[in-house]
Design a protein around this ligand. Structure first.
Ligand code: C2O
Ligand code: CU
Length: 437
């Protein structure tokens, strides 16, 4: 905030963390060393990652000192002998896509991400390189998240235990999730950006703990030209006037500022906000420039995707995301159960395809599966939304909504989680395991 300093818990000390750019099919190793006073686990969201490097909630990198004081919260932690660093191996055998990495520590992901543990990871490939889309300085990731600040500029979060050492959870008023009153884009409150009257590509990520957005441009002379979703490029572009963006979802869009006049100011609004959270950021069209970019009618050879039919599914499973009681305390759970690392909710076979029917109540829940990508088949027994297009790893559900998604279990055998990406719900146990067998 202007005139104030904020201490962050950052990857390499910065927030957002460094943007990792990698190539499809080229394995990389990221060594994470933990200098924080608490355990961490890093998940690459959207990554097709072997289980040992996926950032399982109890697969912790322990802190430097004082870890004997830590207790495990809801889960069991291995207190003895865990190393202080971990090499995460990412084979990246997947298409070009906008991924992000963030903390996934059992019971404490909400406060740890809030303090800054999140960054982009962009995978590129030849198919995408060959397209005439806006590139270089006109290919811009936008990490949107809300935060609250104390008077001294420090992040404000309603933890029961602000040291994040032992007691997990938030004050009762925040059971539904923690909302901030300041909107940050790439760590800057309500930023301005000068643009020329040309096309720009924005990789929009909602990295908020609990806030959902409905983005719109004002004045709305140009639409959002969606070119990609969580899992990479769409087959063909889709135009949207508004973009509902649930937590952890990514929308890869092109905005054509030639639709505006030089001198115009264009505000990226949040139609779901109130007061100052109605604004996200502002563009100023300041100059004329030649534009070599275009958005081709055909973006990607999605034949594989188009061919994947519901009839190819080996089985159907149903998961209800609801409130549950755990020892008299209200918690969140899936099919009536709070998270238990030892319980397996599903054992799909490697290479199989399944229909997962996911239902949200009595709050909205963004449903996220690790490892896999899926296609939204229906919402509330009707057609999916235009913004549900493409390969997804997260689907946003409003309270009472239900979606059917077609999931392809590809990649690796082993144990993974699926969960609500409202991080307070996740910390309050709205998570379950699946094991690819
Ligand atoms: Cu962003 Cu378990 O995920
Ligand atoms: Cu939820």
């Amino acid at each position: 905030m202007p005139g104030l300093e904020t201490e962050v818990w950052g990857y390499n000390g910065v927030f957002p963390g460094p943007t990792i750019e990698s190539r499809s099919g080229r394995k990389i190793v990221v060594r994470q060393a933990n200098d924080l006073p608490v355990p961490v686990s890093t998940h690459l969201h959207g990554g097709r990652t072997p289980p040992h490097s996926d950032g399982y909630p109890t697969d912790l990198i322990m802190p430097k000192k004082g870890h004997d004081r830590l207790t495990g919260g809801h889960g069991s932690m291995d207190m003895g002998g865990s190393p202080r660093f971990k090499d995460y191996v990412y084979p990246l055998e997947q298409r070009a896509a906008t991924l992000w990495y963030h903390d996934h520590r059992m019971d404490f992901s909400g406060p740890q991400v809030w303090r800054g543990l999140a960054g982009f990871h962009i995978i590129r490939d030849e198919e995408e390189d060959a397209l005439p889309l806006p590139k270089g300085e006109k290919d811009i990731p936008l990490m949107i998240c809300d935060r609250s600040f104390d008077r001294d500029g420090s992040f404000l979060y309603p933890s029961l235990d602000p040291t994040l050492e032992s007691k997990p959870g938030v004050e009762d008023d925040y059971m539904d999730g923690t909302l901030g009153d300041v909107i940050l884009v790439n760590g800057v409150p309500w930023p301005f950006m000068e643009v020329s009257n040309t096309r720009y590509r924005f990789r929009i990520l909602n990295a908020s703990n609990a806030r959902r957005y409905e983005l719109a441009l004002e004045p709305g002379k140009a639409p959002f030209i969606q070119i990609g979703s969580d899992g990479g490029l769409l087959g063909a572009p889709i135009l949207h006037r508004t973009l509902p963006v649930a937590q952890a979802e990514r929308f890869d869009v092109v905005i054509d500022f030639s639709k505006y006049d030089i001198g115009d100011e264009v505000t990226l609004k949040n139609r779901m906000g109130e007061g100052r959270t109605e604004d996200v950021m502002r563009f100023r069209v300041t100059r004329r420039e030649k534009d070599d970019s275009t958005v081709p009618r055909r973006l990607s050879d999605m034949a594989e995707f188009d061919e994947l039919e519901e009839s190819s599914a080996n089985r159907t499973r149903a998961f209800r995301f609801t409130r549950v009681g755990d020892e008299g305390k209200t918690m969140w759970g899936i099919n009536g159960e709070p998270f238990d690392p030892g319980r397996m909710a599903a054992r799909p076979a490697l290479g199989s395809t399944e229909v997962w029917q996911v239902k949200a109540a009595p709050a909205s829940h963004p449903v996220h599966l690790h490892l896999v990508h899926f296609k939204v088949l229906s919402r509330n027994d009707g057609e999916p939304l235009p913004t549900d297009a493409g390969w997804k790893d997260t689907v946003g559900l409003s309270s009472g909504e239900e979606a059917r998604v077609l999931v392809r279990f590809e990649g690796y055998r082993g144990r993974y989680v699926f969960h609500c990406h409202n991080l307070e719900h996740e910390d309050m146990m709205m998570m379950a395991n699946f094991e690819v067998t």
